[in-house]
Write a protein that binds this ligand. Structure first.
Ligand code: FES
Length: 102
């Protein structure tokens, strides 16, 4: 069963950047896009486990820092000709606080 967990203020996530949180042995990268949307995905690239939190954010996509795969922040899926998917997590914002459903 999933629960909502309070994470941090939206102000603590840099614009077009990310912050990593850990739940047990799961690393989750929380991204903030240019339009202040929040996305939470596993911090592991589906290609060869690059740290997506270290990638470049553009629109609702992150480019993996290792081999430049583009990963959708909405679905966790690799885009273009690349195939693979990383987990995504539902998020919500209440009074500027980010919550994740895990
Ligand atoms: S590990 Fe991410 S593109 Fe290769």
């Amino acid at each position: 069963m999933s629960n909502w967990y309070k994470i941090t203020s939206i102000k603590n996530i840099p614009n077009m950047g990310s912050r990593v949180v850990e739940f047990g042995d799961i690393e989750i990268a929380i991204f903030k896009t240019k339009d202040n949307s929040i996305f939470a995905i596993n911090n592991i690239c589906p290609h060869k486990q690059g740290k997506l939190s270290e990638g470049l954010v553009h629109e609702d996509i992150v480019t993996c820092p290792l081999h430049n795969w583009e990963i959708s922040l909405k679905s966790g899926e690799a885009l273009g000709n690349d195939k693979g998917c990383t987990n995504i997590y539902e998020s919500k914002i209440e009074d500027e606080i980010i919550f994740l459903k895990i």
